[in-house]
Design a protein around this ligand. Sequence first.
Ligand code: SF4
Length: 332
Amino acid sequence: MRHYNIPIFIPELACPNQCIYCNQRYISGQQNQPTKKEIVDKIETHIKTFSLPFEAEVAFFGGSFTGIDIDKQKEYLEIVQPYIEKGIIKSIRLSTRPDYINEEILDLLKKYNVGTIELGAQSLCEDVLFFAQRGHSVKDVEFSSKLIREYGFSLGLQMMIGLPEDSYEKSIYTAKKIISLKAQSTRIYPTLVIENTFLAKLYKEKKYTALSLDEAIKWSSEIYKIFYDNNIKILRVGLHPSESLISNKELLAGAFHVSFRQLVKTNIFKEEFEKIPQNKEKTIRIITSKKSINEAIGYNCSNRNFLKQRFNKVIFSEEEGLKELDFKYSLE
Ligand code: SF4
């Protein structure tokens, strides 16, 4: 059965917070909250493209869903209910802030068939949260994560890497803490410097340096492996390449790449291939899962080219039953 997500972007126009990296208007490329008709149209359009049998979720993402006006929340959730009642949509997922969760909110979300709640944890180090001006503490993340799990929702915890005061060690700590908070899914976002944010000001004053693409790949590779080893579903690595962002002059710095996840997985395989002793007399056969063969070969065939320098010939093949990051090799 295929799984589909119908993404509905809900910008939080009146967000009272001012996280130093955030300017929702530029990230979204869209400034207005969608109307009921727009949401219905989007759901209907998506459903027409699904192939049977399928399982679908409506995903409200963007700002902090539970921070918007309560009547507006209900209005959005109501729109999806007829599709859930007919069995067309299985459930709803949404993203919000850790300090916008309490029992009253969770009662409401439960009533409206929300299945997954993703929290923007960003970091689980107090100093990183403070300098990012997130306006919530690590305790808030711990409290809301526990409550979400107790209510029986699936919990997602999103993290950022490369915020001011962040370090490789702190980002690894954050990943491990996300596991200990029993998240079932995660997203890893390198910090981007976007015009008209406080981070942009720091960057222009040379008080902040963003991670280079190579650094972000290296950090993300380790974090990816930690989540993978602990069976945490990695929903995204790198910001969604919305066209407005790619073509936008507003992106000043940061590790942004349309194929960031592919680069990270390419690097994970490369680090493993480097451990294989070279043998210029032999052909090396690398066997991976179907899902990961492209990343094993590498972005722009970089891993294949790397192996070609170390072996007489390089062959890649797939095998059923191998897991995402599994691989085997033989020398022929
Ligand atoms: S990232 Fe921060 S400032 Fe931006 S919408 Fe979310 S809570 Fe508000």
